[in-house]
Design a protein around this ligand. Structure first.
Ligand SMILES: NC(=O)C1=CN([C@@H]2O[C@H](COP(=O)(O)OP(=O)(O)OC[C@H]3O[C@@H](n4cnc5c(N)ncnc54)[C@H](O)[C@@H]3O)[C@@H](O)[C@H]2O)C=CC1
Ligand SMILES: O=C([O-])CC(=O)C(=O)O
Length: 328
């Protein structure tokens, strides 16, 4: 039997991440080489024409799995019947801005999109928020989709996870695939905490294989501030690496994470590890049967606890700020 196409909505389709993402979705890398897809591109009216240009290029690739492209500036249409929603469209950070500065600018985008997902998305909808501040934007969208199980709303910390893998592999001279059980905790911001105490390299604790100064003064800040370093170097925020991480996040969500390992994703807290229930915070997660689940029972030492708490505190403040703005 031929599989019915999966509807994938991408917001901000004409932006830089959109441009790096759409071709990979259409080629089968998001959901798998046997899964046909239909694309829904949501843009603001001024950028619809540019999205149409990207759609022409998608046509020109003659991707066998691509079964259609709709372009709209209407969120209701974009999310009607959608199975996978990638919420990328937002205002990116420019030099000197912290992600918190974007709260008000972007918060307004995610309320109507949450409502549109609530009104029309498919029963199995999965939502990944990429647009910053990603965790809190996901919280806003989720708050406006009361009929969708909260666990279907996630935010992206997979780019941070991949950055951490890459930094550690370079430090230890090992392959990225030799590193297991690495975790990004908290917010997708400079307060995030990349945890090497529960990570393993060659079956041994990763944190014990590096100098503690390197861990504290180089590794953690390099990973946490990598977004700003890319902006400084490139003059624009990460795009292809962000698209790559979005592909990884959804692929693993749908197809499962490998046995003996986990990944990082910002998911709705159930109170695990002292993170207040309802916050969308990054955790160690496995995906089983199409669901992300928080890995339980990890030991959190004092060094880690302090850093997780600081990042979670920032999420609490962001939540309170959007509450004040009437966005949740
Ligand atoms: N979570 C993560 O790891 C990362 C997140 N980001 C964030 O992703 C977002 C997108 O980044 P870029 O593609 O570089 O930005 P961009 O400025 O190139 O593209 C954003 C696009 O979103 C569109 N847009 C704005 N409001 C919209 C709305 N209401 N509905 C639909 N589309 C809308 C714009 O017209 C534009 O085409 C930014 O918020 C950026 O900070 C970027 C890198 C990593
Ligand atoms: O830093 C930014 O604004 C873009 C981003 O989220 C990242 O690269 O991690």
């Amino acid at each position: 039997m031929t599989q019915a196409p999966v509807n994938v909505t991408v917001t901000g389709a004409a932006g830089q991440i959109g441009y790096a993402l759409l071709f990979r979705i259409a080629s089968g890398q998001l959901l798998g080489a046997d899964t046909p897809v239909k694309l829904r591109l949501l843009e603001i009216p001024q950028a619809v024409k540019a999205a149409e240009g990207t759609a022409m290029e998608l046509d020109d690739c003659a991707f066998p799995l691509l079964k259609g492209i709709d372009i709209t500036d209407d969120a209701k249409k974009a999310f009607d019947g959608t199975n996978v929603a990638l919420l990328v469209g937002a205002r990116p950070r420019t030099k000197g801005m912290e992600r918190g500065d974007l709260l008000a600018a972007n918060g307004g985008i995610f309320k109507p999109q949450g409502e549109a997902i609530n009104a029309g998305a498919a029963d199995d909808v999965r939502v990944l928020v990429v647009g910053n501040p990603a965790n809190t934007n996901a919280l806003i969208a989720q708050a406006h989709a009361p009929d969708v199980p909260a666990e279907r709303f996630t935010a992206m910390t997979r780019l941070d996870h991949n950055r951490a893998l890459s930094q550690l592999s370079a430090k230890l001279g090992v392959a990225v695939t030799d590193i297991k059980k690495l975790t990004i905790w908290g917010n997708h911001s400079a307060t995030q905490y990349p945890d090497l105490f529960n990570a393993e390299v060659g079956g041994k604790v990763a944190a014990e294989q590096v100098e503690q100064e390197w861990l504290k003064d180089t590794f953690i800040p390099t990973v946490a501030k990598r977004g700003a370093a890319i902006i400084e170097a490139r003059g624009a925020s990460s795009a292809a690496s962000a698209a790559n991480a979005a592909i990884d996040h959804v692929y693993d969500w749908v197809n499962g994470t490998p046995e003996g390992d986990w990944t990082s994703a910002a998911v709705v807290s159930d109170g695990s590890y002292g993170v207040p229930e309802g916050l969308i915070s990054s955790f160690p997660v496995v995906s089983r049967n199409g669901r992300y689940e928080i890995v339980q029972g990890l030991e959190i030492g004092e060094f880690s606890r302090e850093r997780i708490d600081a990042s979670v505190q920032e999420l609490i403040e962001e939540r309170d700020a959007v509450k004040q703005l009437g966005l949740i």
